[in-house]
Design a protein around this ligand. Structure first.
Ligand code: ADP
Ligand code: MG
Length: 251
């Protein structure tokens, strides 16, 4: 079954057509890397896919459940709020800038959604939270505040927070781009470990080696369109001129 399926997504901001006609599917256990120049619409695509942004046209479903369907003219029609609330439980999102609550301790950042969204008991939430912090190598940091952590540690807290809700698909929007190069590796290792556990993930990244080595599906976007798509071998060895120009900037 497709964990995520999007068909013919269109999105404009005023006169600016940011997503022109994007379709893609993500299968269970797949790691999809989305690459492409700045401004090509990658973040907008992720925001539409995670229902943070409303799309104008196209449809969207998670595990066969329609969050957005299309009317006869292709316009997007959103499911009812109660259905969308259920669908939102199926995915998590990790942002570029960590998005932690600065006035919450590490453990509170991780457990807060478990207690307030999932209505788990404090004991159960702390058990899950501590397990995830251990997995992220942060057991000794649970009482720290985000400002007392390195960027890499903060990003690992935000990954723990996303994992706490047990998502079926995890999205990352340039998870390492706010980090110093020496901290990038620790985040890429966490994502690599999740891939080894067959976590289904969609990752917007500028880390070409990572996309090559960890993803099993790569999409190259430019100006709101998918220009190349396939396995890493297919995409990175494509003779598409735009693709090669883009890759040239990384060599
Ligand atoms: P990428 O993530 O690939 O760099 P984005 O999806 O962030 O690209 O942006 C694509 C285009 O959409 C850019 O031209 C950007 O300025 C524009 N854009 C993104 N979000 C908004 C918004 N909320 N309002 C107006 N324009 C936006
Ligand atoms: Mg972006």
């Amino acid at each position: 079954m497709n964990y995520l399926e999007i068909n013919h997504i269109k999105k404009s901001f005023g006169d600016l057509e940011v997503l022109k006609d994007i379709s893609l599917t993500v299968k269970k256990g797949e790691v999809l890397a989305i690459i492409g120049p700045s401004g090509s619409g990658k973040s907008t695509l992720l925001r539409c896919a995670t229902l943070l942004e409303t799309m104008d046209g196209g449809d969207l479903s998670y595990l066969g459940e329609k969050a957005v369907s299309m009317d006869a003219s292709g316009r997007s029609v959103y499911a009812k709020p109660a259905e969308l609330r259920e669908i939102r439980k199926k995915f998590g999102l990790v942002f570029q800038n960590f998005n932690l609550f600065p006035h919450y301790s590490v453990i509170k950042n991780v457990t807060d959604p478990l207690i307030h969204v999932q209505k788990k008991s404090k004991e159960e939430a702390y058990r899950i939270g501590r397990e995830l912090l251990k997995k992220m190598g942060l057991s000794d940091k649970e009482d720290y505040y985000p400002c007392q952590l390195s960027g890499g540690q903060q990003q690992r807290v935000s990954i723990a927070r996303a994992l706490a809700l047990n998502p079926q698909v995890l999205f990352f929007d340039e998870p390492t781009s706010a980090l110093d190069p020496e901290l990038t590796g620790e985040i890429l290792k966490v994502i690599r470990d999740l891939a080894a556990e067959h976590m289904t993930m969609v990752i917007v990244t500028h880390e070409m080696n990572f996309a090559k080595n960890v993803a099993n599906h790569v999409v190259f976007m430019e100006k709101g369109l998918i220009v190349e798509e396939g396995t890493p071998e297919e995409v990175f060895h494509s003779d598409n001129r735009r693709m090669q120009e883009f890759l040239g900037k990384y060599n």
